[in-house]
Design a protein around this ligand. Structure first.
Ligand code: NAD
Length: 361
């Protein structure tokens, strides 16, 4: 069986879908590895490093496309000629299925089994394959580092002979995977951290990390792991709470999202204007429409001295570790599809993980 790893073609994507440490594991499964030339370059992994572990480097994609049984990528979906691929080829990547329907339909016109890793269900058995979690965790870490880099203030309290530096105040909106790691990172750096989420279960998790949970005074509750659209009454109370809280913060990190939906606007223009000059907002939901009204996707915008970071791809800013975790997630997912002899791919749609991720036209 032949597995092809694509080189990403988006300028802000530094990750690669396979790191060399996994090549031996694939070989044990009976899988031969082909890497598109320079695929690991931006994650600081050379072609020579892949070759050392037994992979073959491919200079011209067209030469390998008709032979590959499996093609993997981080999020490359374009400039691959699927009319040249083998019937039944398996293609696995982040395909952005809610927003790239047309492109996926086009791919499926060929005999391709395309799996969108964003659609992995949040169940225990899928945890080792969950790329969104592994990548969001790193995004939560990196966005705090980026905020600190842009800020002219220190994070921890420091008592010195020349005076006292106060600890930075950080508010995290949305305490999911990225939010919880952002809380942990900001705490480690010595900040005073507040966090807010609509889900009831988030309160305990936030408090276990040593942050304070800010609560909307409402009887409306969300149980379970997925958020839901809240009532207008709740949204009004939430807005009042954020208006009162945001103006005292040095850093606000927003990660609020309901999967498959446009991100809710939670930070309004007037809230930004109420913040002190020098404060930072990181809008992690920028790619999904943004939680802040003034976010500019891919940019650091500045309004009255408040910087709003709208980077599209935080995991790519920690590409080495992000690639490593991503690769392991894909390997674990492929173990579901490859038979023990490494000879056949079996797509068993009665398996809830396979069914959830397999794209249909
Ligand atoms: P997640 O689903 O684990 O967390 C989202 C959290 O937001 C959930 O806890 C949810 O309850 C909460 N939420 C939803 N609506 C809310 C509201 N109105 N008010 C407060 N909280 C609300 O998702 P995640 O994996 O942590 O990702 C969070 C966001 O970060 C997503 O938008 C994701 O696309 C984005 N993200 C961006 C990057 C990047 O590089 N820009 C990387 C990873 C994740």
């Amino acid at each position: 069986m032949k597995l092809l790893v694509l080189k990403e073609n988006n300028s802000n994507e530094n990750r690669v879908a396979l790191t060399p440490d996994l090549i031996a594991k694939y070989q044990k499964l009976g899988v031969e590895i082909f890497i598109e030339k320079n695929a690991g370059e931006k994650s600081k992994i050379s072609d020579a490093e892949y070759e050392k572990f037994g992979a073959k480097i491919v200079e011209n994609l067209n030469s390998i496309l008709p032979e590959a049984d499996i093609i993997i990528a981080v999020q490359r979906i374009s400039a691959i000629d699927f009319s040249k691929t083998k019937d039944g080829v398996v293609f696995i990547a982040l395909l952005n299925p809610h927003f790239q329907k047309e492109k996926i339909t086009e791919i499926l016109q060929n005999k391709v089994s395309a799996f969108a890793l964003e659609l992995l269900p949040r169940i225990t058995r899928a945890q080792s394959m969950d790329v969104l979690s592994s990548q969001s965790n790193l995004a939560g870490y990196r966005c705090v580092i980026d905020a600190v880099y842009e800020m002219q203030k220190a994070m921890p309290m420091m008592m010195t002979a020349a005076g006292t530096v106060s600890a930075a105040r950080v508010l995290i909106i949305g305490a999911g995977v990225a939010g919880l790691q952002a809380i942990a990172t900001a705490k480690r750096l010595g900040a005073i951290v507040l966090a807010f989420d609509v889900r009831t279960a988030a309160k305990e998790q936030v408090m276990s990390l040593g942050a304070k949970f800010v609560e909307v005074k409402s009887d409306e509750k969300v149980d379970g792991v997925y958020a839901k659209e809240m009532s207008d009454e709740y949204k009004k109370l939430q807005q009042e709470l954020l208006e009162a809280t945001i103006k005292t913060q040095d850093i606000v990190i927003s990660t609020a999202l309901i999967p498959g939906k446009k991100a809710p606007i939670l930070i309004t223009k007037s809230m930004v204007e109420s913040m002190k000059a020098g404060s930072i907002i990181v809008d992690l939901a920028a790619v999904n429409g943004g939680n802040c009204e003034l976010t500019k996707v891919g940019e650091v915008a500045e309004i009255n001295g408040v910087k709003i970071i709208g980077y599209e791809n935080f995991p790519s800013r920690v590409a080495f570790d992000a690639s490593k975790l991503f690769s392991k997630n894909i390997y674990n997912f492929l173990e579901l599809l490859i038979d023990k002899e490494g000879k056949n791919i079996k797509i068993d749609v009665s398996d809830e993980i396979v069914k959830a991720t397999l794209c249909s036209a």
